[in-house]
Design a protein around this ligand. Structure first.
Ligand SMILES: Nc1ncnc2c1ncn2[C@@H]1O[C@H](COP(=O)(O)OP(=O)(O)OP(=O)(O)O)[C@@H](O)[C@H]1O
Ligand SMILES: [Mg+2]
Length: 272
């Protein structure tokens, strides 16, 4: 459904003119990645490895320097403005910072109805009914639509961001560190909700996180990114035992055991 072919992206550092030329940093280097319909592709890697930039290119928020991004049989980079807008509604996002998608001065109803208002011609009554249904779908009370963002917990706010992301019935959602700021229990609940919605709405996900355990728990496929490159992609099986690349192994080694009792003694390495 989505295919990235040989995507490259560099940023020029510093800006302005320099006698010594400009320094560039490669954030996407020969990226090839496929996401199949109804599947979750996890993208894991250390901070600064280029995960968010890759997500932004898929969302059309950043342009690659080279390469192709195919979505439902069309190269997104060669579409006309109108076609691109039509395709864009099929790709939505949920960020770590829910406040960026929810206006603190609006009741949350206004934030969730915004994409509907932009893309669909619904009457006020239909719009309200749809938003109430979306709230129920993400495990919130339909009456909550009149509340303001500060009246919700972090987990509830993330549910509202998800409601907003699924409002236009997208095909693909880019989830960038969507559960990273939540405590373990809430993280688990949101991951479960995402998994249920994936089946219910036949969604595909690009699930970006630096947290290998979160990525592992939801993904059907998993890619490891390092310095702008995908160094390893795993399809099926347990990534913890099948990862081969040294960078991937380093990620695995950095995970603390969930049971403090199993923590390795100084000088011993934990067998994962
Ligand atoms: N607009 C920009 N201009 C210049 N450099 C940028 C820009 N955006 C990102 N970068 C650089 O590109 C690299 C990759 O950034 P990116 O945000 O994609 O990493 P990431 O893997 O998402 O990291 P994190 O896990 O911390 O979110 C970083 O070195 C970052 O400083
Ligand atoms: Mg990031």
């Amino acid at each position: 459904m989505l295919e990235l072919k040989n995507v490259h992206k560099s940023y020029t550092l510093g800006g302005g003119l320099s006698l010594f030329g400009k320094e560039t940093v490669k954030v996407a280097d020969q990226i090839c990645l496929t996401i199949e319909q109804g599947r979750c592709h996890g993208l894991v890697g250390e901070s600064g490895s280029g995960k968010s930039t890759l997500g932004k290119m898929i969302l059309g928020l950043e342009q690659p320097d080279r390469g192709e991004i195919w979505f439902e049989g069309k190269n997104m980079l060669t579409l006309s403005g109108r076609e691109r807008k039509r395709m864009r509604r099929k790709i939505q996002t949920v960020f770590q910072d829910c406040y960026s998608s929810l206006n603190p001065r609006w009741p949350v109803y206004e934030s969730v109805r915004e994409p509907l208002n932009n893309f669909e011609r619904l009457s006020a009554g239909e719009e309200k009914k749809t938003v109430r249904e979306l709230f129920a779908a993400v495990g919130l009370q339909p009456e909550d639509i009149t509340k303001y963002p500060h009246q919700f917990s972090g987990g509830q706010l993330q549910r509202i961001s998800i409601a907003r992301a699924i409002a236009l019935k997208p095909k693909l959602i880019v989830l960038d560190e969507a559960v990273s700021s939540l405590d373990m229990l809430i993280q688990h609940q949101i991951l479960q909700l995402l998994d249920e919605l994936k089946t219910q709405y036949q969604l595909s996900y690009l699930f970006i996180s630096h947290d290998l355990m979160a990525v592992r728990s939801i993904s059907d496929q998993l890619s490891v990114m390092h310095q702008g490159r995908i160094v390893e992609t795993l399809d099926g099986g347990d990534p913890l035992s099948s990862m081969k690349h040294p960078v991937s192994k380093q990620l695995v080694a950095s995970i603390l055991p969930s049971q403090p009792r199993n923590r390795s003694k100084p000088g011993l390495t934990e067998a994962v």
